[in-house]
Ligand binder design. Structure first.
Ligand SMILES: NC(=O)c1ccc[n+]([C@@H]2O[C@H](COP(=O)([O-])OP(=O)(O)OC[C@H]3O[C@@H](n4cnc5c(N)ncnc54)[C@H](OP(=O)(O)O)[C@@H]3O)[C@@H](O)[C@H]2O)c1
Length: 280
């Protein structure tokens, strides 16, 4: 059984590949930046795969039984629809898709369009709907946190941040076990935190102050100049939902599926403190 993981250099993709290989599963990695993926996962098969040109990468699916897809959101749905068609044509039996919490509320949204195509595909399918990742703080906010602050349009809204290692652990189950077909899993971490509370936890882990600076929607849009309009609208809508208090809900799905507590923000911050400290 060969599992194809697209977006090997993505936040969930990296943790998923680590978990699958640790579990002894046969993994094939699809990466746009092949050299980066090879360096990160020596000994694992890496093939070129670009969501911008799925047709050029379909040979990556030869002999594959299960696919994990986590396309950049501005390439959803079209790139994932192309991947789904290629997977069906090449005899893939199972697909697991990374979506986002609340995707089902936006029938015309790109993620929901992909979800519906997957549901109707005849393949075994599982959809993962996580909320905001802890790991955003150690990737997209890495440089600014090193400078002592991060900026988001989240107001005082709380989010039940989830760790990508937990999403990956759920994905391993969906890809390799029976019993997950037809499921859409709403995934959160164990506690809802405002960005001010997250900043306090980061400060404690680093031993120096980290501030959260709230920005408004206009400033968010200005900061995203050059980003595809669909992505701007997605992020603007997501942060409006945070400000309105809609992302504070906690689900029990991770605990139920993994049989252990989800990773909390304190552990995440402690695990990554050296990263933020490096350039200080
Ligand atoms: N971040 C969150 O909090 C969050 C929460 C819920 C759901 N999601 C969903 O999760 C998915 C991933 O989002 P993310 O923000 O976490 O990003 P990500 O998975 O960390 O993806 C970043 C990676 O995308 C790769 N990439 C960019 N363009 C590509 C292309 N054309 N073909 C192949 N790979 C490409 C880049 O890899 P290279 O290094 O190879 O160029 C980059 O490393 C999105 O659909 C998003 O809606 C995210």
């Amino acid at each position: 059984m060969t599992i194809f993981v697209a977006n090997a250099n993505g936040k969930v993709g990296q943790d998923l590949i680590a978990a699958l290989t640790a579990g002894g599963h046969d993994v094939r990695i699809g990466a746009r930046d092949v050299a980066r993926a090879r360096a990160a996962f020596p000994g694992v098969a890496v093939v070129p795969f670009d969501y911008d040109d799925v047709a050029a990468g379909t040979a990556a699916l030869d002999g594959v039984t299960a696919v994990f897809t986590a396309a950049p959101s501005w390439l959803v749905p079209h790139a994932e629809l192309a991947l789904l068609e290629a997977a069906k044509a090449r005899g893939v039996r199972r697909i697991v898709k990374l979506s986002y919490l609340g995707a089902e509320l936006h029938e015309e949204g790109g993620h929901r369009i992909t979800e519906k195509a997957i549901e109707a595909s005849g393949l075994e399918w599982t959809v993962l709907r996580p909320t905001f990742f802890n790991q955003n703080f150690s990737t997209m906010h890495l440089a600014s946190i090193r400078d002592g602050a991060f900026y988001e349009a989240a107001g005082d809204g709380a989010s039940a941040f989830i760790d990508t290692r937990d999403i990956a652990a759920v994905a391993v189950k969906a890809l390799t076990e029976a019993g997950h077909h037809g499921q859409a899993y709403a995934l959160t971490g164990p506690e809802a935190l405002t960005r001010h509370e997250a900043a306090a936890k980061l400060s404690a882990a680093l031993g120096r102050p980290v501030r959260y600076v709230p920005i408004d929607d206009a400033a968010l849009r200005q900061a995203l100049v050059g980003v595809p309009q669909s992505q701007i609208e997605l992020l603007s809508g997501l942060f409006a939902a945070v400000r309105a208090g809609h992302t504070a809900g906690i689900t029990d799905t991770v605990r139920t599926l993994l049989g252990r507590d989800p990773i909390g923000f304190d552990r995440y911050a402690a695990d990554h403190a050296a990263l933020w400290r490096d350039a200080a």
